[in-house]
Write a protein that binds this ligand. Sequence first.
Ligand code: ADP
Ligand code: ADP
Length: 232
Amino acid sequence: MITVENVSKSFWSRTGNVVALDGVSLEVAAGAALGVVGPQGAGKSTLARCISLQERPDAGIVRLDGLNTATLDTRSLRATRRQIGVVTADAQLFRQRTAAGNIALPLEQSGVDGPQRRARVGRLLDLIGLTDKAAAYPEDLTVGQRRRIAVARALVGEPGLLLADDPTAGLDADGTAGVLAVLDRARAELGVTLLVTTQDSSVVRRICDDIALLDAGRLVEHGNLFELLHDP
Ligand code: ADP
Ligand code: ADP
C-alpha cells in the first residue's frame, strides 16, 4: 500500500523556480495498478521518483506499507529502495552481457548464489516470453525485447512494487503490446503493485484499474478508471 500525502517538490532552474508537484495526495492499494497520466512536464516522473525514494519531497509524506519514508536513515532508505523495482524508457542494458546476464546483474551485486540466480532469471525469461533469447546480446534484440528485459531486471529482486516510468515510450504498437503484457503478467503472476506513468491514456486503459491525472504538478483527477469513465 502506497500513500502519498500532500507531497510538493520544486526545482531551481535557469528560468527560476519550477513547481514539479504541488500538494499531491493519492493511494495505491497493494496489488493494484495505478496509471499516472498527464502532459510532458506535469510531474509524473517526479512523483514516481518520490515514491521510489530517488527524490525527497520538499513537503508531504510518502508512506510505503504504513512506513513514513521521510524518517528513514540512510541504511533503512537503501533497504527500502531495494524493495522497489524501477524501469524507465531509457533504461540501458549492458552490451557485453547476454539477456540472461543483464537480468541476473542485480542478483550478482547482492550476492545471490548461482543456482538461485538461474532459477529466478529462468522464471523471468519465461514471464517476458524470451526464454529462447537467454543467450542473445542486446544488439541482436528489438527495442521492445530490450525493454522487456529491462522490466525483468527490475523484477528480479522480487520487489513488492514496480514503478514503470513511461515504459512504452518510443515503441511501436507491437513493442507496446509486448511490454504491457509483461507488466500485466508481473501483476497477475508475481503479485506486484504497479505504478505506471505515461502520456498515453490507452496504456492506462489497457493495464490499470486506477488513474491519477496530473497537470502542472497538481492532481486533477484520481480514482477508479471504470467509475470515472462511467460517471455522467
Ligand atoms: P513529466 O514526467 O510529467 O514529464 P517531470 O516530473 O519530469 O514531468 O517534470 C516536472 C517539472 O519539473 C518539469 O517542469 C521539469 O522540467 C521539472 N524538473 C523535473 N526534474 C527536474 C530537475 N532534476 N531539475 C530541474 N527541473 C526538474
Ligand atoms: P553473461 O555472459 O552475460 O554474464 P551468463 O550466461 O554468464 O551471461 O549468465 C549470467 C547469469 O544469467 C548467471 O547468473 C546465469 O545463472 C544466468 N543465466 C544464464 N543463462 C540462463 C538461462 N538460460 N536461464 C536462466 N538463467 C540463466
